[in-house]
Design a protein around this ligand. Structure first.
Ligand code: V47
Ligand code: SF4
Length: 389
């Protein structure tokens, strides 16, 4: 018997909230109306306690991280999302970058001999980087380091690539998978509701297109993630609508690993007039996502976007994964105003961060197989580094 959840049920006087707490205790799914109600009425301690109960029922204290790096092939993009601080037009030769296949392979080679398990490849949608280009990249990465998991391309990049190559999603995905693409990151989802999507990213793939691409990946046996860009102009109902579509697809395929809420950052973009959400709102959102998305195994706080201390805090609000070492290889969030201007953490720093809040650090690979459990390893031990190889 868990006393924390019983205490919440006993002391909650609001009958709607009490019913939701009872459902959580009984592992019953909450409805859309109840999800909206949690946003409207659920205090931070209330939703936090429920989310923590679910997190500990699913994972105990285990908190996952991985050893990864990013490659951003280009910041040139044919689209013009209003929240994006990162993309540049093709014509902007001064601020735009585009990496050749050899340059990207050199980045991969710079990790030779290092115990990295994943490369995350996401960038702008460059008009000239096509299927053939990325198939060659996948093949070269895999022939250089076959064991490296390649998690690459948002549904936005894939949609453009497949359409340009005149391929169906099924054909295009199969070709990339055969070339070495192992899984998909969760980007490009933003907010599915058309009335918001049309205002913030009208010209890129819509909700059905995004969901179809992930469904096809799942049918091929690939796992994928899902994000939600929140704290911009969306309302509570749009957040629940977004998560409902994800929950439905997950019921059908079971192919999603992780849900990653992404907090809108407002520096240097066309939506700078929108105030950023407060930390309380961020934590409430994590907690409600944990409660609502009962069929998602994992909830991730992406520390380069949230900052280290808030990532630590989120571990009490349903989060059980804080992404990876990153190694200062992404610019998306530093350009949008994150406090992490050069995001990099050593394994020791990640382990320390997790242990400081009394959780158990476990290194995972992309598919959540355990690489190393650091729970019993003393981080003050001078031979700590010996455990890292
Ligand atoms: O889709 C862009 C977001 C995403 C801003 O799957 C912004 O493991 C906030 O998908 N404020 C790309 N967010 C990043 C992404 C991702 C990141 C980490 C892990 C994984 C994973 C995926 O970045 C975009 C967009 O939603 N984004 N600009 C901004 N100003
Ligand atoms: Fe392009 Fe992605 Fe930025 Fe949108 S969010 S403009 S698709 S790089």
């Amino acid at each position: 018997m868990n006393t924390a959840i019983n205490t919440i049920i006993d002391y909650t006087t609001d009958k709607d909230l009490k019913r939701i707490a009872e459902k959580v205790q009984l592992e019953q799914r909450i409805t859309d109306e109840e999800g909206i109600l949690l946003f409207e009425k659920g205090s931070l301690p209330f939703v936090g306690a429920l989310a923590n109960f679910i997190r500990e029922r699913k994972h105990g204290n285990t908190t996952y991280f991985n050893r990864n790096f990013h490659i951003e092939p280009t910041n040139v993009c044919v689209f013009s999302c209003k929240f994006c601080s990162y993309s540049r037009l093709y014509a902007n030769k001064e601020e735009g970058w585009e990496l050749s296949i050899d340059q990207m392979l050199d980045i991969v080679k710079s990790y030779d001999g290092k115990p990295i398990t994943e490369v995350h490849i996401v960038g702008g949608v460059h008009p000239k980087m096509n299927m053939a280009y990325f198939i060659e990249l996948m093949q070269k990465i895999k022939s250089h380091r076959p064991g490296l998991h390649v998690k690459a391309f948002t549904a936005v990049e894939l949609d453009y690539m497949f359409r340009k190559a005149k391929l169906t999603v099924e054909e295009g995905m199969k070709q990339l998978h055969d070339a070495g693409l192992d899984s998909l990151p969760g980007g490009g989802a933003e907010i599915f509701a058309p009335e918001i999507r049309e205002q913030i990213c009208a010209d890129k793939v819509d909700a059905n297109g995004w969901l179809h691409i992930h469904e096809v990946a799942h049918q091929l046996g690939m796992h994928t993630n899902a994000t939600m860009l929140y704290g911009q102009i969306e309302k509570y109902e749009h957040r629940i609508d977004h998560m409902r579509r994800l929950r439905e697809l997950q019921d059908k395929t079971g192919g999603f690993n992780t849900f990653i809420p992404l907090k809108f950052r407002n520096q240097d973009n066309d939506m700078s007039y929108v105030k950023e959400s407060t930390t309380t709102e961020d934590m409430r959102l994590y907690a409600i996502a944990r409660i609502y998305l009962d069929n998602f195994p994992h909830l991730k706080a992406y520390w380069p976007m949230l900052g280290r201390e808030n990532a630590q805090l989120s571990l009490s609000f349903g989060v059980n994964d804080i992404d990876g070492t990153i190694d200062d290889s992404t610019k998306i969030y530093s350009m949008a105003g994150s406090e992490e201007q050069s995001p990099t953490m050593t394994t020791q720093q990640l382990v320390t961060l997790i242990k400081q809040v009394k959780r158990s650090p476990v290194e995972r690979d992309t598919l959540y197989n355990v690489v190393k459990d650091f729970t019993e390893i003393n981080i003050d031990d001078p031979v700590f580094n010996a455990h890292l190889n």
